[in-house]
Design a protein around this ligand. Structure first.
Ligand SMILES: [Zn+2]
Length: 482
C-alpha cells in the first residue's frame, strides 16, 4: 500500500526525464531542424554544449549535393566550414558552439521509389541525405532533434518520438543499424500513436492526390496491427514508424511495401488510394510487412527464412484476426506451397536460390519453401509439447531475449538460437534437411496428419477427424483476448 506514492513520483519523474533535454547524454548534440511551408529547404542547427567534434559526417555520398552554407557559431564569431566529401571539418574550438547548415530540397524529384522525393505538401527523405552528425557516436548515445514546423505540419521518423509541443516535434535519435535505409517524412499530415500491448505504431498517412479515405485506411491499418498482436499477444517491437504513402496508381491496393531498420523499426506501404476499402481489407501486404517485425534482421542471402516467416504469418494472422476464415488461410498456404513446388528447379539448393532470388526471380521457391519450413517447425513444436510450444512461443521467447540486438542474423544462427530457447532440435533439424536440398520441403505426412486434403492446387478440404486436426485448428485460432 505504501509504495503507491513512490510509484506516482517515479512515473512523474520518468515523464519529466522523457520530456527534458537530459533525455540525451550530457554533451551530446542538440539539433533543431526548421522547415518552411513550401518545403524548399531544411535549416539545421546542431549545438554542442561540452565537446565540439572535429568533424560532422553524412551517411550518403549524395548528401553534399544538398548541403548549403555550413557555418560554425561560437562566442568569438562565425566561421565558414570546409567540406571534404561527406566530412564537414570543424576547427578546434571551445564549447559551446553550434553548427548551422541548410539542406536544399528544391532539386528533389517526384519518383517515389527514390531515397528522396516530394509530392504536394510533403517531402520524404533518407536522413542519411540531410543529417550531418559527429562520426563514431557510441551505441548508447542519444541526441535530441527538435523539428520546428509550419502550422499543420508533422514529421514521421524511425527514431523515438518524444512528443509534440505546439509546432515543435521532438525525436530522440540513436545510431541503430547504421548503413540501413530509413525515411523521414515532413509535411502536411499528422502522426497518430496506435497504442497496443507491448508498444505502439506511429501511424502517418501522407497527403495524396486524390485524397485518400483516411477513415477507411485507419480501419485497415488497425486490423493489420491487431493481426500482428495475435502472434503472441503483444507487439514484437515497442516502437514502429508506420508510413502509408498514397501514390495514386497501381495494379493492386499496395503496389509496394517494405520494412526498414535504420534508426528504428519501420514499415512503409505505398498504396493506390483510389482502390475501394474492401480491396485493402482483402490485401496481404500490410500483414506480411508487419509480420517481418517478428524476426530480427536476417542476412539477405538467407531471405528464405525472413520471407518464409512473413509469408506463413501473413495467412495465419489474418485468420486469427478474423480478416479471413481458417479455411481461406489454409487454402492460401496450400496455393503458395503449390506455386513453390512448381517453382523449384532441380539441381539448385535452397541456399543457392535464396542468394540469387533477385536476379532470377525465384520468389515462389524462396518464399514458400521458407513458409513450408515455418509450418513444419510450428507443427513439430506443438506436437512435441502438446501445444505448449509453437512457432509463436519460440518467436516470443526470441523477442524477449534477442530481438532488440542491432545486428543481422544468419538463418543458422537464428535457428540455433530458437532451438536453445525451445530446448529442442526442431529448427536445426529442418535447416540441415533443407538448406542444401534441391527439393521443396516435404509436406505430405504433415498434410495427412493434420487432415489437409488437397482438392485442387488452390483448395483444401479440412478433415476434422484427422489424428492431428486439433493442431490445424489451433494454428488459426484467435487468441481469447483479441
Ligand atoms: Zn517480405
Amino acid at each position: 500500500m505504501f509504495d503507491q506514492p513512490f510509484r506516482q513520483v517515479a512515473a512523474l519523474w520518468i515523464v519529466f526525464w522523457l520530456l527534458a533535454p537530459s533525455a540525451t547524454v550530457a554533451g551530446a548534440p542538440h539539433y533543431t531542424v526548421t522547415a518552411d511551408a513550401r518545403l524548399e529547404h531544411l535549416d539545421v542547427r546542431a549545438c554542442f554544449e561540452a565537446t565540439v567534434p572535429r568533424r560532422l559526417t553524412a551517411r550518403d555520398a549524395h548528401a553534399p549535393d544538398l548541403l548549403r552554407a555550413a557555418t560554425l557559431h561560437t562566442s568569438a564569431g562565425v566561421i565558414a566550414l570546409q567540406r571534404q566529401g561527406t566530412l564537414l571539418m570543424l576547427p578546434r574550438t571551445d564549447a559551446p558552439a553550434c553548427v548551422q547548415y541548410r539542406v536544399d530540397l528544391n532539386g528533389i524529384g517526384r519518383h517515389w521509389r527514390s531515397d528522396s522525393w516530394r509530392a504536394r505538401d510533403v517531402i520524404v527523405i533518407d536522413p542519411a541525405l540531410w543529417l550531418w552528425y559527429p562520426g563514431g557516436v557510441g551505441e548508447d548515445e542519444r541526441w535530441r532533434i527538435d523539428f520546428e514546423l509550419p502550422p499543420g505540419y508533422d514529421v514521421s521518423a524511425p527514431w523515438q518520438r518524444v512528443g509534440r509541443n505546439g509546432d515543435t516535434v521532438t525525436y530522440v535519435v540513436r545510431e541503430r543499424m547504421p548503413g540501413w535505409e530509413a525515411r523521414t517524412a515532413i509535411g502536411r499530415f499528422s502522426v497518430e500513436s496506435i497504442e497496443l500491448p507491448g508498444g505502439r505504431l506511429r501511424y502517418a498517412l501522407l497527403p495524396g492526390e486524390p485524397a485518400a479515405d483516411a477513415a477507411a485506411l485507419r480501419r485497415w491499418v488497425g486490423s493489420g496491427a491487431r493481426a500482428l498482436v495475435s502472434a503472441y499477444g503483444r507487439l514484437p517491437v515497442a516502437d514502429v514508424q508506420l508510413l502509408v504513402v498514397p501514390i495514386g496508381h497501381g495494379r493492386e491496393p499496395v503496389p509496394w511495401g517494405e520494412v526498414q531498420r535504420g534508426g528504428g523499426n519501420a514499415v512503409h506501404l505505398y498504396i493506390d488510394q483510389r482502390r475501394p476499402a474492401s480491396e485493402f481489407m482483402a490485401d496481404w501486404v500490410l500483414v506480411h510487412e508487419l509480420s517481418h517485425l517478428l524476426h530480427p534482421v536476417i542476412d539477405a542471402s538467407d531471405r528464405w527464412l525472413s520471407e518464409g516467416i512473413a509469408s506463413y504469418y501473413q495467412n495465419v494472422l489474418r485468420a486469427r484476426a478474423g480478416l479471413r476464415s481458417a479455411q481461406w488461410s489454409w487454402d492460401a498456404l496450400h496455393g503458395g506451397f503449390e506455386r513453390g513446388m512448381r517453382g523449384t528447379p532441380r539441381g539448385r539448393s535452397l541456399a543457392e536460390v535464396s542468394e540469387t532470388m533477385m536476379r532470377d526471380h525465384s520468389y515462389m521457391r524462396v518464399y514458400w519453401s521458407g513458409a513450408a519450413i515455418a509450418l513444419l517447425a510450428d507443427v513439430e513444436l506443438r506436437r512435441r509439447t502438446a501445444g505448449v510450444q509453437s512457432l509463436d512461443t519460440a518467436l516470443a521467447a526470441f523477442g524477449a531475449c534477442c530481438l532488440s540486438a542491432d545486428r543481422s542474423w544468419s538463418a543458422s544462427e537464428l535457428m540455433q538460437q530458437l532451438d536453445r530457447l525451445t530446448e529442442t532440435t526442431v529448427f536445426m533439424t529442418l535447416y540441415r534437411k533443407y538448406i542444401d536440398s534441391d527439393e521443396f520441403p516435404e509436406l505430405d505426412d504433415l498434410y495427412t496428419a493434420l487432415g489437409l486434403q488437397p482438392v485442387s492446387t488452390t483448395r483444401l478440404r479440412l478433415d476434422p477427424t484427422a489424428p492431428e486436426a486439433a493442431i490445424c485448428a489451433a494454428i488459426m485460432a484467435a487468441p481469447e483476448d483479441l
